[in-house]
Design a binder for this molecule. Structure first.
Ligand SMILES: [Zn+2]
Length: 266
């Protein structure tokens, strides 16, 4: 394979790979109760500049809980100086109950875009004894293949620069990636852990903000039903933190369209 080097890895996973292969492995899915704040308002518009809509049909602190914030700069602190989902967590985890999952909680496109990549069909009640809940053998990663909780894109124009040839592996089991254009600072969004066969979009589909793309589940490397929502700012796997605060890498303005209820404290 003629590939470029770009390798990013969760540090607690002892994966080793040929250095000429471009892979991202995301180990997503640990939920921690880092914010149990249930005081809230109802999500008033904060700024018309934020581009992201809330990506799941639940209200933080009311019908979804255990928000695990990103720690994309590996400081051990979320944007608000509290604990992140876990050290180095790359997205925002939004937890729901198993009961909610069984009823069906919709996941929405956070912004208009085109579906770039989809994987569906993995078992969705992890952790469990099912092989889909486990890490594949060390060093395993194959373009276009899946093994255990890892699902990998084909080898293609997925390098950070947008050229050939890279592929990515995700630990989210059932995964959707949506590419956005024309929104400064927003390249793509990624959604993990869907309920089995609930994904309603396919690569190439144009989606609009708020459109249902599937239902939340607990597929992949997951400790319970939740959505892992990840933002890529300027290129493939260039992680961005949608939350703004004094301890985050994002100290300017939030990428959300709405004032999120728990930001108001109380
Ligand atoms: Zn996560």
């Amino acid at each position: 394979m003629n590939t470029k080097v770009a390798f990013r890895l969760n540090p607690d996973n002892g994966f080793s790979l040929l250095s000429r292969i471009c892979i991202t492995l995301l180990v997503a899915g640990f939920l921690m109760a880092c914010n149990s704040d249930d005081g809230s308002d109802d999500g008033d518009i904060l700024t018309p500049n934020g581009s992201l809509a809330w990506p799941i049909d639940c209200i933080p602190g009311k019908t979804c809980t255990n928000i695990g914030y990103p720690d994309i700069n590996n400081t051990g602190q979320a944007f608000n100086c509290g604990a992140p989902g876990y050290l180095g967590h790359q997205g925002t985890d939004i937890g729901i109950s198993m009961e909610q999952m069984e009823k069906g909680i919709d996941v929405f496109a956070a912004a208009d875009g085109v579906v770039l990549w989809v994987f569906d069909g993995k078992y969705d009640k992890c952790p469990d004894n099912n092989l889909d809940c486990y890490a594949p053998p060390a060093g395993w990663a194959q373009p276009g293949q899946s093994n255990g909780y890892l699902v990998c894109t084909e080898l293609g124009d997925f390098c950070k620069t947008g050229d050939c040839c890279c592929f990515w592996c995700f630990a989210g089991g059932n995964v959707v990636v949506i590419k956005h254009t024309g929104i400064p600072g927003l390249f793509a969004t990624r959604y993990d852990h869907f309920k089995t066969n609930s994904i309603t979009v396919k690569p190439g589909d144009h989606v609009t903000q708020g459109q249902k793309i599937g239902e939340a589940g607990s597929a992949g490397n997951s400790s319970g039903p939740h959505l892992h929502f990840e933002v890529w700012g300027t290129g493939y796997y260039e992680l961005a933190d949608p939350w703004a605060g004094e301890c985050g890498p994002n100290r300017s303005s939030s990428m959300w369209m709405y004032k999120i209820p728990w930001e108001s404290g109380g």
